[in-house]
Write a protein that binds this ligand. Sequence first.
Ligand SMILES: [Zn+2]
Length: 361
Amino acid sequence: MARKSAVAARGDGAFGEFEFLRRLTEASGVSGREERIRELVLAETRGMWDETRVDAMGNLICLKRAARRAKRGDGAQKVMLACHMDEIGFYVRYIDDDGLLRVQNAGGFDTRNLFARRVRVQGRRDLIGVMNPVGKPIHIATEEEKKKIPEIREFCIDLFMPKEEVEKLVEVGDPVTLEQSTAAIGEAISGKAMDNRVALWVGVNAVRRAAATSRYDVYFVACVQEEVGLRGATTAAYAVDADVGIAIDTTLCCDTPGITRDDAVTEFGRGVGIKVMDSASISHRGLFEEFVAVAKRRKIPFQREVLPRGGTDAGALQRARGGTRAITLSIPTRYIHTVTETIHRGDARAAVELLAAWLSA
Ligand SMILES: [Zn+2]
């Protein structure tokens, strides 16, 4: 009861400590246009860092110095946290004769998830549009037409304005993102871009929690352009030149009907994922064992994760310069790369706890 009224008093309703995650997920930041997300992170963390800078690619690099000296060596070792802030989305490719927008995707979509969507177009001002594939509604479609899975180039965005009006407000190259409000559903939080805004939430909260105890100089990096090939992390990792690189990202959580346990990868609500391998990196074995040991000692729920396909910024971190010890901490996410990406609060909290404990160990 007391807890409930405290939450209500803060005015953030059902989201509680996840209110910042709600704001992050509802904002637009397609790969290459992450500026709104960067501003949200800076506003939320004002006063928290010893140094901040934005590099040429747009990565936000924030340093929090160690609270105490490392046990070995002279200075504190450097740890880089890579939390990509971009989301999969689109750029306007052209405006067709009917005034509809045709788009190019940035990042991998399953086009079956793109039917009947609202989108946000960042034109001269923000515009809401409706996205659908070309073709007929079910009433008049043939059996053959119903089975067809359209390609991205067959989707149109309708702004319900004549072409001349559209041309005043939108130009080729303007970014487009899916529009979806985020919902708190019991222990779950569901919305678009949970991949990878939940990592920003985890990273910020872990650094905050470890502020008085961390034995590392932590470089929290909100990276750009992960979804198009780990591009931001590549340059940030080179610049930071860390001793340890930790990517925080979502991972598949396919414990849902129609998929066998064999392909589940992780289970919802069973704890933070400690990555063994994916197709971009194999975690440093010593680091992996350290994280498992800390999780066991602190009784933090965790899952060992092997992901057959897909990768994270750890792939860039471990190959920076002469090589860096690297690992990924994962947040199991159901329905990934849709607007219903969903995480379990307990898994996100476990990620914060594990990372803060490791930084302080
Ligand atoms: Zn991701």
